[in-house]
Design a protein around this ligand. Structure first.
Ligand code: UD1
Ligand code: MG
Length: 450
């Protein structure tokens, strides 16, 4: 928002025990990226913004993930888990930095959008001291209830502390809040712990705001955007919602998706014009697909760059470090890894291409295997432009096949091949005239039938 600076504090000190996992809760993934990364991506970016994360002790991997996604993040540790207000105060030094708007979000709500963060900030500009994100819950059990009078928020009552009448309210606290930076610290420091759990509840900020004669208000959003993840079932629900969003965005951008419900995308997948995705295509993180590319059914792509007018699959597996040049074709049951295929390369059937560079227009026959691993190290295979590798060849790396060279089918190539040379490595063929007839006669005499 123009003119106002912001600090976003993301709380991620949760234990996540209900995930029944040794991975910290916020590092679980939706659409190929961590829950935390989704929240950090949505939080305000760029000039005039700053970011803080509050993690639990022993949560180094969480801090590292935050740094990877947003190198500008400041990390704070909440040593004891004494409630959401206590967690925010762990980042007191960041608040003291004096941002105009102080936003608080939870690290386990990956579906939150950048627009919602901005909407939440608007009433601060109009004079509110606190803005709370609310939603209408289909089942409000467990959520804090927003108690409103007109357009004023008067209190948030945690489920455990609510009366029967308050529990009937379905307007709930999503957990995302925006404070006016001038009063944020003063408000949060006044929060006590007189509730059934004996925790410092950030939600009590509303009553402090009221007591100070300031204003608190609510902005509403849809329930899907604020779903918090506490269990594996909720993680799967969030994945479904995110996939529906990503498919819709791809369709809106002009991607043809034959059976959208069967296709899985990553949050960072990018598409050119006139891309087609057939049934059951799975795309992991780090994939970009160029204009006119067709990804045929049952293909699996991760960290791969797919050029214009290419054809991939069906049943192709493109692993990290794959780059497919313009007009190239990768056919069925082909696996690639750290493989650069220049324009017009064909690898049409049943191959493994790893740690390999293939020059423009080369043809790799069915069943070609690059033998890149000797049990200790990985080695490179270089194949020159226009080379022709006959079917069922093994290329034992490190090895270089020259431009325009031919490899006879079934060869095991262990030495470099010069440009435009033919290399064949196999036993000479033996032909024995009439052998089959004699063999059958011998067997028949011995009383055997076929
Ligand atoms: C909280 C809200 C509730 C809201 C709900 C929405 C409070 C008191 N309650 O309840 O009104 O409806 O979220 O999902 O805020 N955390 C810390 N340190 C702590 C405690 C919590 O970092 O000491 C973090 C957790 O990691 C989590 C977030 O704060 O990301 C919320 O904590 P949680 O215990 O899940 O609160 P809820 O009971 O869900
Ligand atoms: Mg929660």
């Amino acid at each position: 928002m123009t003119g106002r600076t912001s600090l976003t504090i993301v709380l991620a000190a949760g234990e996540g025990t209900r995930m029944r996992s040794s991975t910290p809760k916020v590092l679980h993934q939706v659409a190929g990226q961590s829950l935390l990364a989704h929240v950090l991506d949505a939080a305000p970016h760029g000039a005039g913004t700053s970011l803080a994360i509050v993690v639990g002790p022993d949560h180094q991997p969480v801090a590292e993930e935050a740094k990877r996604v947003r190198p500008d993040v400041a990390t704070f540790v909440q040593r004891e888990r004494l409630g959401t207000a206590h967690a925010v105060l762990a980042a007191k030094a960041a608040i003291a930095g004096g941002a105009d708007d102080v936003l608080v979000a939870f690290g386990d709500t990956p579906l939150i959008s950048a627009e919602t963060f901005e909407r939440l900030r608007a009433p601060l500009k109009a004079g509110a001291a606190l803005v709370v994100l609310g939603f209408r819950a289909a089942d409000p059990t467990g959520y804090g209830r927003l108690l409103v009078e007109g357009d004023q928020l008067v209190a948030i009552r945690e489920h455990a502390d609510a009366t029967a009448a308050e529990r009937a309210v379905n307007l709930c606290n999503a957990g995302v809040m925006a404070f006016d930076g001038r009063t944020a610290l003063k408000i949060i420091e006044q929060i006590g712990c007189a509730n059934s759990k004996g925790e410092y509840y950030l939600t009590d900020a509303v009553e402090v705001v009221r007591a100070m004669g300031l204003q608190a208000t609510v902005i509403e959003t849809g329930e899907d955007e604020v779903r918090g993840i506490n269990t594996k079932a909720q993680l799967a629900e969030a994945e479904a919602i995110m996939q529906a969003r990503l498919r819709q965005a791809a369709l809106d951008a002009g991607v043809t998706i034959v059976a959208p419900e069967t296709v899985y995308l990553a949050a960072d997948t990018t598409f050119g014009k006139d891309v087609t995705l057939e049934h059951f295509v799975v795309i992991g993180p780090g994939v970009s697909i160029g204009d006119g590319a067709v990804i045929h059914a049952f293909s699996h792509l991760v960290q791969a760059t797919i050029g214009n007018n290419t054809s991939i699959g069906p049943y192709a597996r493109l692993r990290p470090g794959t780059s497919v040049g313009e007009g190239a074709r990768i056919g069925n049951f082909v696996e690639t890894k750290a493989a650069i295929l220049e324009a017009g390369v064909k690898v049409n059937h049943l191959s493994y291409i790893g740690d390999t560079h293939i020059g423009a227009g080369a043809n790799i026959g069915a069943g070609t295997i690059t033998c890149n691993y000797d049990g200790f190290n990985k080695h490179k295979t270089m194949i020159g432009a226009g080379a022709f590798v006959g079917s069922n060849s093994s290329l034992v790396a490190p090895v270089t096949i020259g431009a325009g060279a031919y490899i006879g089918s079934g060869s095991v190539i262990t030495r470099d091949v010069a440009d435009d040379a033919l290399a064949v490595e196999r036993s000479p063929q033996v032909a024995k005239e009439g052998w089959a007839t004699r063999f059958r006669d011998t067997k028949a005499r011995a009383g055997k039938s076929k």
